[in-house]
Design a protein around this ligand. Structure first.
Ligand SMILES: Cc1cc2nc3c(=O)[nH]c(=O)nc-3n(C[C@H](O)[C@H](O)[C@H](O)COP(=O)(O)O)c2cc1C
Length: 188
C-alpha cells in the first residue's frame, strides 16, 4: 500500500514525531511504501474560499501555488494517509489545519447527487498526542476528523489519541503497544 504520513508538530523529536516514527517503521517493515511530509517550515497558506477548484475535477485545481500543491498531489496518489498532530487548544496544530482546509479542492457537489472526490475510497487515519485526557479535551478533534471523510468520500481507517504526553520521556508505558495496535487497524 502507498502510505503518506503528514506531520503537523513543530517539534522534530517531540511526542508526535516519536509515535509517528514507530508507526512508519512498522509499516515499512510490513512492506508498505511510506512517504513522510513534515509541515512545519513549509509555506502552507489557508484556503481562499474562491471556489475555483470546484470548476473541474480532472486534477487538484487549487489556484494557489505554494508548498501545499505538491502535498495535495501526494495525497491523491496515496492509498492511506495518516495525519499526525499534537493537540493544541482542543484541536490540531495550525499547519495541519491549513493543509486540511486546502483539501476543499479535492471534491465537487458535496450534498448533491454528483458528489465526486479525487480521494474516493482512500483510507485515512488520525494520530494525536496531548498532555490531557480524552474526556473534555480530545473528543472534538476526532469528531471533526470523522466528518472529514464524508466530503472526501474517504474512509476512516482508525484513530489514536495518546494522552498524558507532557514530555517525550513521559509517553505512557503502553504507548508503543497502542501505536502497534493502531498500525494493525489502519492497514485493514
Ligand atoms: C500551544 C499548545 C497548546 C496545547 N493545548 C493542549 C490541549 O488543548 N490539550 C492537551 O491535552 N494538550 C495540549 N498541549 C500539550 C501538547 O498537545 C502535548 O504535550 C503534545 O504531546 C506535544 O506534542 P509534540 O511533542 O509533538 O509537540 C498543548 C501544547 C501547546 C504547546
Amino acid at each position: 500500500m502507498k502510505v503518506l504520513t503528514i506531520q503537523g508538530s513543530a517539534r522534530k523529536e517531540g511526542n508526535t514525531a516519536t509515535v509517528l516514527g514507530w508507526v512508519e517503521e512498522e509499516l515499512s517493515l510490513m512492506g508498505h511504501e511510506v512517504s513522510s511530509v513534515r509541515l512545519v517550515g513549509k509555506d502552507i497558506r489557508g484556503c481562499l474560499a474562491c471556489g475555483k477548484c470546484k470548476e473541474s475535477m480532472d486534477a487538484v485545481n487549487c489556484i494557489q501555488n505554494d508548498d501545499a500543491s505538491a502535498i495535495l498531489d501526494q495525497m491523491v496518489a496515496a492509498d492511506l494517509v495518516i495525519f499526525a498532530s499534537p493537540l493544541y487548544f482542543w484541536g490540531i496544530a495550525g499547519p495541519l489545519k491549513s493543509l486540511i482546509d486546502r483539501t476543499y479542492s479535492f471534491y465537487v457537489d458535496y450534498h448533491k447527487p454528483g458528489h465526486a472526490s479525487l480521494l474516493e475510497g482512500q483510507r485515512q487515519a488520525l494520530l494525536v498526542t496531548g498532555a490531557g485526557p480524552w474526556e473534555n479535551n480530545a473528543e472534538a478533534t476526532f469528531t471533526a476528523f470523522e466528518r472529514l471523510q464524508k466530503p472526501h468520500r474517504a474512509m476512516s481507517a482508525g484513530n489514536l489519541y495518546l494522552g498524558k504526553c507532557t514530555t517525550a520521556d513521559k509517553l505512557g508505558e503502553d504507548a508503543r503497544t497502542l501505536a502497534s495496535n493502531f498500525v494493525s487497524k489502519i492497514v485493514g
